[in-house]
Design a protein around this ligand. Structure first.
Ligand code: T1G
Length: 693
């Protein structure tokens, strides 16, 4: 017995319990402990059968991702070998799956001969979300249990499967209400014959190349830029072509290749980065947050409606306040339309929609907000208007209500000054569309209390968002960086590229869309308004000429069927527009700029380096706690491709010396927009990366 593996004898049944909180990850110690306990059971003539289970809320959440970059000690067997030892045991082995069985955890369960599970269990092979493939038999045994099609869905998609569905598919033998281990012992005591999963071939079906080819086509869009999803398909196909022993060998080779890939190191980094973001060094984990049982949103526009939907989706009653009855009615109608769309797409039932709609109340008078635990203001970006609203909220809301602003860049300290409760004032910057995008930039103002911070960070999780704590500064973190990169994109089209050239290059890097298509979606008028507000912040710097000209034509983007692109009425498909091309060329000529060609690589490099350098400035100014927080912001706020990590991780892979040299080159063209950040210069000089901060 070790401190991570508990062993006990229940009559003639050996019970091996994994106790490695918080996730029962298969660390080196756990892997060795299971193998040693199994060997003990096989050597003990009194033991006729074995039960393997987990302590706590999980069975096993997978191999220990933290150890992937470590060297396995000589006395620790490889996980696939331990699973082979289980499978080839002459004594029957029953997995008593008390909780989540993911990755190596599901592979461990499939090495057992039978699988009994609690009703709350989910199983899955989420390795693909780490840029991996299952590496301990999952691609070879799961198809044998549940068939090729279901196995492809599980392994290529990586999503969990409920116990009920897993039982239907054949991955489980029984769902046990009540005492799971007792039932597993009883089942094992009946002396079932060992049933090696690898020898079950009747569900595999013939190897039909067309099935796999079709699956490769099916994932082309979602797997763009990635390799792991395709290698998952290849390895499941191997299961249909080779006996288990050979298939396992081939799987292992392909797994090691994935584990060594940049794609996987980036995705493993992001797994921990988003968990790290939830940890605020000077806010103890046991800080008591305010209870959020009732919410309110001020403003029933696109953002206010989207924010309100998040609360309803989480089962929290929410009041939307708008002093305009018409705006309120329109806002509620928009929410209803959004939910109806989800119902028509089969995402949830009409009954579920009705439940969520019932949680949303429209009101026009502030006194209805007296019992709200949190109020999120989501009105137009005018400081005076926001201060009036916060002063009113301060009067009507209960003393411990949290008052948050959804502002995308305004000074939360100034907003807080309009209240008598600055400790309970903060920012909660949702990204549009607020009911879809997962990022919440939670803004800590000078006097925001630990309790308020704990409340909004906990609320992010409750709303199924990824919360990142940021400081007060123009654009906070994400937009602070985007604004510079967007200007560099503007300058490049004034110097020779076209919007569709820039968008192609940035799309090919892995973003869901390029900056100009994104601007057409969010609205050129919005960006133009922000630019005007910012003009005083950056005196003397080069300004984008072309944006003003497009805005002056009333081309605001999709909302006007014309922006940087043109759009057929009702269509969201951007089409390059000769009118824009002519306008841009005129702007260049008027500015005396001699246009030149840009390669896609040069466009990508300039755009990304602008993001990276501004991220370094954000760190210098203390607006983000860590470089990895910036990466989380960029993945969840702007779709930075996870297989490149985030801008700061990606910069480290390029080498900061190279990045700094490019920044210094661009500084010649773009002045202070590309002034090298202090931490970038320091790290580059020391031969270090942002990970060393
Ligand atoms: N390895 C190491 N640490 C892990 C871990 C893992 N597999 N899973 C969770 N943790 C830590 C996590 O970092 C956090 O730590 C704490 O546990 C609670 O996690 C051979 C090669 C299981 C759905 O991809 O998806 O098996 O921050 O905050 O929200 O083929 O954790 O408290 O210090 O996320 O309730 C495959 C990864 C691995 C599953 C629970 N398995 N984990 O979510 O808690 S590769 C996975 C998750 C593999 C085999 C291959 C989630 C969860 P800390 P949490 P949660």
């Amino acid at each position: 017995m070790t401190d991570v593996i508990e062993y006990s004898k229940q009559g003639a049944i050996g019970v091996i319990t994994i106790k490695n909180p918080p996730a029962n990850a298969l660390s080196f110690a756990v892997t060795k402990g299971i193998d040693d306990a199994l060997a003990g059971c096989l050597a003990d003539d009194d033991i006729t059968a074995i039960v393997v289970t987990g302590a706590g809320r999980m069975f096993v959440a997978g191999a220990d991702i933290r150890e992937f970059s470590m060297t396995r000690p000589d006395d620790v067997p490889e996980l696939p070998d331990v699973i082979d030892h289980l499978e080839s045991s002459p004594k029957p082995i029953v997995a008593a799956m008390n909780g989540l069985a993911l990755g190596g955890g599901m592979e461990l369960a499939m090495g057992c001969h039978y699988r009994l599970a609690a009703p709350t269990v989910s199983i899955g092979q989420p390795e693909v979300k780490l840029g991996l493939i299952p590496g301990a038999g999952g691609t070879q045994r799961l198809p044998r249990l549940i068939g090729v099609e279901a196995a492809l869905d599980a392994i290529v998609g990586g999503d969990p499967i409920s116990a009920k569905k897993a039982l239907e598919l054949g991955a489980l033998d029984e769902i046990v209400e009540g005492d799971l281990v007792a039932r597993a012992i009883e089942f094992a005591s009946t002396g079932p014959a060992p049933r090696p999963t690898g020898e079950i071939n009747d569900r595999l079906g013939a190897s039909d190349a067309a099935v796999f080819e079709a699956y490769r086509k099916k994932i082309a869009r979602s797997a763009r830029g990635m390799k792991a999803p395709y290698v998952c398909i290849d390895t499941v196909e191997i299961a249909t072509k080779f006996p288990i022993a050979e298939g396992l060998k081939k799987e292992r080779v392909l797994f090691e290749e994935r584990r060594a890939s940049d794609e996987s190191s980036a995705m493993r980094y992001m797994f921990f980065a988003e968990r790290e973001a939830a940890k605020i060094p000077d806010v103890p984990r046991d800080t008591q947050p305010y209870d959020v049982k009732k919410a309110a949103v001020i403003g029933s526009g696109l953002m206010g409606g989207g924010i309100a939907m998040n609360f309803a989706n989480a089962g929290i009653p929410v009041t939307i306040l708008d002093i305009s009855e018409d705006a309120l009615a329109a806002g509620l109608e928009k929410i209803k339309g959004n939910y109806a769309g989800s119902v028509s797409r089969g995402r949830f039932s009409q009954d579920e929609m009705d439940k969520r709609m019932a949680l949303i109340q429209g009101e026009s008078s502030y006194d209805k907000l007296a019992d709200a635990d949190i109020v999120i203001e989501a009105v137009f970006e005018k400081m005076e208007l926001k201060k009036e609203i916060f002063a009113e909220l301060d009067k009507v809301c209960k003393p411990d209500a949290v008052l948050a602003s959804n502002t995308s860049s305004l000074d939360i300290n100034e907003i807080a000054s309009a209240t008598s409760r600055p400790a309970q004032v903060c920012g909660t910057h949702f990204f549009s569309p607020a009911n879809v995008m997962k990022l919440m930039e939670n803004v800590r103002a000078d006097e925001t209390s630990n309790e308020t911070i704990a409340t909004i960070m906990g609320l992010s999780k409750k709303l199924n968002k990824v919360g990142v704590l940021v400081g007060v500064g123009d654009g906070f973190v994400g937009n602070r960086m985007l604004h510079v990169a967007a200007r560099v994109a503007d300058f490049m089209i004034e110097e020779g590229a076209m919007p569709w050239d820039v968008d192609r290059a940035i799309y090919d890097f892995g973003f869901p869309m390029g900056p100009f298509a994104m601007n057409d979606l969010a609205g050129i008028d919005v960006r133009h308004f922000i630019r005007q507000a910012q003009a005083s912040l950056y005196p003397g710097r080069r300004q984008s000429l072309v944006l003003d000209r497009v805005h002056a034509l009333g081309r605001y983007g999709q909302k006007t069927n014309a922006g940087w692109y043109k759009y057929e009425p009702g269509s969201r498909t951007p089409t390059p527009d000769p009118e824009i091309e002519a306008l841009i060329k005129n702007v260049s000529a008027e500015a005396g700029i001699e246009r030149r060609d840009f390669t896609d690589d040069e466009i990508r490099e300039r755009y990304l380096v602008a993001i990276i350098n501004q991220g370094a400035h954000v760190l210098d100014e203390g607006l983000a706690l860590r470089a990895s927080d910036i990466d989380v912001v960029w993945h969840y706020g702007y779709g930075f491709p996870r297989y490149h990590g985030g801008p700061m991780f990606y910069a480290d892979t390029l080498g900061l010396g190279k990045v700094l040299a490019k920044v210094q080159e661009l500084e010649k063209d773009y002045g202070d927009w590309l002034k090298p950040a202090e931490c970038l210069k320091r790290l580059a000089a020391e031969g270090k990366g942002f990970k060393d901060l």
